[in-house]
Design a binder for this molecule. Structure first.
Ligand code: MV4
Length: 498
């Protein structure tokens, strides 16, 4: 087992990793930027080091600074979390060259899956179904036109260096192809510094279903079932669940085997996710995420397997202690991503200090949070405040449980996606499991809610609580003899008496 792990991340995932370290007896080392002095990940770890300015490029994306910090504080491993440096093959290489464990796959697996046409070639060769299309970048418009004719319109142009929807263009008919290719190249060049484009048959309103895999360094590769992440907006997932309401037991088994074959084909080690599009009863490889994902908790709840602990164990050379037949899916789990966005205003990012945070609890509820009362939500990082996850015997009870938890959750100080989640969980198609990647376009009403009786009551109660809290703060501030560092010291003294 690593003895000291540097957590090269922030927010809820940094807290999650610190928790796993604590349970395994590993010392955790947090890093923080100028904007994160009061962030909870700083307190969740055993030690914390300042690594630079608020902008990610000056802190969480500064690989050299992170490596230097790891070396100076005697760490033997780095956990990258998700985002930031998690899927940068060269960073993984630098970590290994510095003699540290990278908590994740090898650099070559990251690289192979990062290049989409390379990934498609490898998957085809391994017998994993891929969306019909090209496995090499398109050299010319004429080549693109010939391929599109062969596949039949509509087709989708995608960036070879891409992923996550950037540089994608749907083409409905031949006359549009030339301009669309030009536009896709331009977008890909500015987003990824690489203008190579390939082509796929366009699938109409597929579901996004992904399989969690876990692979050790001893040739054991297992899958832990699927997550349905179809409820998305502009390629940002909003709600995820396990199992998918769309899959039969036999399709689940076929997809699981395909995911295991995919991981084996790149010599994968650690936790990873194979994304598939599911359409008309068929599934197609889309891409692989070579990291721990935001939505990993729903899989943890239905399998009882701690994915982050296993990432740490696998990095230390431990073998998986269970087999595929030991993996049993139990009940149903749902995750709602709670972000600081104003849904009624086109998901406009909302900033401000978290004045009040009441976290739900009770049977079957899990909160993976990245903020505390007093924390100032800025525009420097992604808007995820925390994830509300629930587990129950079946999908219907999980929905009821989530609605109960969303009613208990109170956040004051920024706009959040809580009212949006309440609206979706009440919407008949979602409740019936009729979800696909066009869900939000098909259900604009869930974005256009008026405040319910209950949420008005919550707001009124929050206002009273807030006033009370501010009175208490003033009292503490007066009693505070230490030099004040307004406006945080009063809050800080009240919370932890530092
Ligand atoms: C597709 C597709 C339809 N057909 N590929 C979007 C993000 C990127 N990872 C791939 N994406 C898609 N690829 C083919 N051949 C539809 C999407 C897509 C999508 C996929 C997953 C989740 C949400 C989505 C929303 C719109 C489009």
């Amino acid at each position: 087992m690593p003895a000291r792990v540097l957590i090269a991340n922030r927010g809820e995932i940094a807290v999650r990793i610190a928790r796993a370290c604590r349970e395994l007896g590993i010392t955790s080392v947090a890093v923080y930027s100028a904007a994160d002095r009061l962030a909870p990940h700083v307190l969740a770890a055993d030690e914390a080091y300042y690594i630079g300015g608020a902008r990610a490029a000056d802190s969480y994306l500064n690989g050299a600074r992170l490596l230097e910090t790891a070396r100076r504080c005697g760490c033997d491993a780095i956990h990258p979390g998700y985002g930031f440096l998690a899927e940068r093959a060269t960073f993984a290489e630098q970590v290994a060259e510095a003699g540290l464990h990278f908590i994740g796959p090898g650099a070559d697996a990251i690289r192979a899956m990062g290049e989409k046409t390379e990934a498609r070639r490898r998957m085809s060769a391994a017998g994993v179904p891929v969306v019909p299309g090209t496995t090499v970048p398109l050299p010319t418009v004429a080549a693109a036109a010939a391929e599109a004719e062969r596949l039949g319109y509509p087709v989708l142009l995608k960036a070879a260096a891409g992923g996550g929807g950037k540089g994608m263009r749907v083409v409905h008919a031949a006359p549009e192809l030339g301009r669309a290719l030009e536009a896709a190249r331009h977008e890909a060049r500015s987003a990824f510094g690489d203008d190579q484009i390939y082509l796929e048959k366009y699938l109409d309103r597929p579901r996004h279903i992904e399989i969690q895999v876990l692979a050790d360094g001893h040739g054991n590769v297992l899958h832990l079932g699927e997550r349905d992440c179809s409820v998305q907006r502009r390629h940002q997932k909003l709600i995820e669940e396990a199992p998918s309401p769309a899959l039969s037991e036999s399709t689940r088994a076929r997809m699981g085997s395909a995911a295991v074959a995919a991981a084996r084909a790149v010599g994968y080690r650690s936790a990873g996710t194979i994304e598939f599009l599911y359409h008309d009863g068929e599934f197609y490889f889309l891409e692989m995420n070579t990291r721990i994902q935001v939505e990993h908790p729903v899989t943890e709840l239905v399998t009882g397997i701690d994915l982050v602990q296993w990432q740490l164990r696998i990095a230390a050379g431990e073998a998986l202690s269970f087999t595929q037949s030991d993996v049993r899916l139990r009940g149903h789990a749902i995750e709602c991503r709670i972000t600081s966005e104003d849904v009624a205003n086109g998901f406009l990012p909302s900033t401000g200090r978290i004045e009040l945070l009441d976290i739900p609890s009770g049977p079957g509820i899990r909160w993976d949070g990245g903020v505390v009362e007093g924390y100032a939500v800025s525009l420097y990082y992604d808007p995820l405040l925390g994830k509300l996850i629930c587990h129950a015997a079946d999908r219907g009870s999980a929905i009821e449980r989530m609605q109960r938890a969303l009613r208990e959750l109170r956040i004051v100080g920024v706009e959040t996606t809580v009212p949006f989640h309440r609206a979706v969980l009440a919407e008949p198609d979602f409740r019936a499991g009729r979800i696909d990647t066009a869900y939000l376009e098909q259900h604009p009403a869930v974005l256009d809610f008026s405040p319910s009786e209950e949420s008005l009551r919550t707001a009124a109660l929050a206002a009273v609580l807030l006033e009370e809290q501010q009175r208490a703060r003033t009292r503490v501030a007066r009693a505070d003899t230490a030099p004040t560092e307004a406006p945080c010291s009063a809050w800080r003294n009240r919370q932890w008496r530092w």
